[in-house]
Design a protein around this ligand. Structure first.
Ligand code: ZN
Length: 519
């Protein structure tokens, strides 16, 4: 961008700043430790035989400890202070040096505020908590999980106290800073509350319509090997680079990015529901293209890292929903289904396939939710975890509060806790402040996509020809190339010219779903 001067070597201050170079080297070494742990985690999910779990847990926890020790060493603190004293490094706040220093300071201050006893306690509790949660979910027995969640909540409150939060603010803000820097519960509520009202009335309209789209495409049984070739073809077509990445299978799809040159996606297959495999693959490929698009020359420093989970999620949702559930995309892809599935898909019309990808149905499970109801699941979790962190909701009352909200927001009577408050792993892993990043991602994706459409007016006719390069390049230039130069909210304003709003997502959903439902 024109505001940054770092590209000009005469202005760039890095050449003879030894403290800065030393800090950069330390940051890179920490990244080597963290990325080694990531590859080991990827291997655990994709390749490792069951018998390897004990050694693998020890390997990963050793790397995590070494990482924390290095990140919080007094030497790092001294180097940051020395660099901050050199005003030339921060003269341009958008230069890579200033951005890296800002983020190194932020991370260092947060890490050193946590006593190592609390970090150890957290790791142990998260591991036992996950185990208890899995048991409780399997047996639909909330009381088995309850004492772990109570201990976890107590620990998270202490952790928030260590971090501290701005005034006005609340403990939830301190935890969210790990996932969405600068994001507060009050800001989230301000966007979510009007979104909830508008989504509710859209859902009522869709569910009340006499036209309901065909579900035939989602119920078709298709060989998994054919599905694999199909989703790989789509990932390649939209621009995921297989020379710098790969696609494998795991129970829960994820993306592991350690360097723009090595980005690993996973997906999953069911005999029926090829849309699940396709949506998961496009979602993870969106994450993957962000990782591949980060500036490699800044790898291992904040300038080479993604902004936040919300912005990361905007990239996955944009490819999964704005592209992968659009009519233009299916105009391109439907006629090609026969190449992968032969006669099996020949009875489906183009409309069946498009409508099948966009079917809306309020249901109990978040990870299976459609594009319109998904955000309601998130709002419920946000409101409940905020209330627990603020002491307004006791863990014992969680199942009841959960059911009440599902009745109010989605009109559903949750039959048991397995399909209720025990369905997600997050709270058992002590991740609170995390859930809203999913909906923030949906909001950012819609707003970014509107700007992409303004910049490239023939985007949709390009999709109909199977051309996705212009969109990928636009995202590379406007989002990926910046690393952590901007905070999420700043990036949104910088790229779209407006603060984050729920309107683009609502426009997207209304504009697409109403015609499908004959409204
Ligand atoms: Zn995601």
């Amino acid at each position: 961008m024109s505001q940054t001067s770092a590209a000009d070597p005469k202005v760039s201050p890095t050449a003879d700043h030894r403290d800065y170079q030393a800090l950069r080297k330390r940051s890179h070494e920490c990244h080597l430790l963290a990325s080694s742990a990531s590859i080991l985690s990827w291997d655990r999910e994709v390749m490792m035989p069951e018998g390897g779990i004990e050694l693998r847990s020890d390997q990963i926890s050793l790397l995590a400890r070494l990482y924390h020790e290095r990140m919080t060493s007094p030497e790092i603190g001294d180097l940051i202070a020395a660099c901050e004293a050199d005003e030339s490094l921060s003269a341009d706040p958008l230069s890579p040096e200033a951005v890296n220093l800002r983020e190194w300071r932020r991370q260092y201050d947060r890490q050193v505020r946590l006593p190592s006893s609390l970090i150890e306690e957290e790791a142990a509790l998260a591991s036992r908590g996950q185990h208890a949660w899995a048991e409780a979910r399997k047996n639909d027995d909330f009381n088995h999980f309850k004492p772990f969640l109570e201990k976890g909540l107590d620990l998270l409150k202490r952790k928030a106290e260590c971090y501290g939060w701005d005034d006005p603010g609340e403990p939830w803000d301190a935890l969210a800073e790990d996932y969405e820097p600068g994001c507060t519960a009050a800001q989230v509520a301000e966007v979510f509350t009007p979104l909830r009202t508008d989504l509710k009335s859209l859902l009522d309209e869709l569910m009340g319509s006499s036209t309901q789209p065909s579900n035939a495409f989602n119920e078709l049984k298709l060989p998994q090997e054919d599905q694999r070739k199909f989703v790989e073809f789509v990932a390649r077509s939209i621009g995921f680079d297989f020379h710098r990445g790969r696609l494998d299978v795991s129970t829960h799809p994820f993306c592991s990015g350690t360097h723009p040159g090595d980005v690993r996606l996973t997906t999953r297959f069911h005999d029926d529901n090829v849309n699940d495999a396709l949506g998961s693959t496009m979602h993870e490929a969106g994450h993957g293209m962000y990782e591949q698009g980060l500036p490699a020359e800044h790898a291992g420093t904040p300038m080479g890292r993604a902004v936040s989970l919300g912005i990361h999620e905007s990239q996955s949702r944009l490819w999964e929903n704005q592209v992968g559930r659009s009519r233009a995309f299916w105009n391109w892809l439907s006629p090609r289904l026969g190449e992968f599935f032969g006669e099996a898909t020949s009875s489906l019309s183009q409309e069946d396939v498009y409508a099948g990808a966009n079917r809306v149905k309020p249901d109990f499970i978040r990870v299976e939710a459609d594009e319109a109801t998904y955000n309601m699941h998130i709002m419920i979790r946000f409101e409940l975890e905020r209330a627990m962190m603020n002491g307004q909701l006791d863990v014992a009352d969680l199942p009841g509060a959960w059911k009440e909200k599902y009745r109010e927001y989605l009109g559903l009577d949750v039959p048991d806790d397995r399909r209720g408050c025990l369905q997600d792993v997050h709270w058992s892993m002590l991740s609170m402040g995390y859930f809203p990043t999913y909906t923030l991602g949906n909001l950012y994706s819609a707003q970014l996509f509107e700007s992409a459409l303004e910049a490239i007016p023939d985007l949709e006719s390009r999709f109909e020809r199977g051309e996705f390069g212009a969109l990928k390049t636009w995202l590379n230039d406007n989002v990926h190339a910046h690393g952590q130069r901007y905070r999420a909210a700043e990036l949104c304003e910088h790229v779209t010219g407006k603060p984050l709003s729920a309107e683009p997502l609502l426009r997207h959903l209304r504009g697409k779903l109403k015609p499908i439902y004959g409204l």
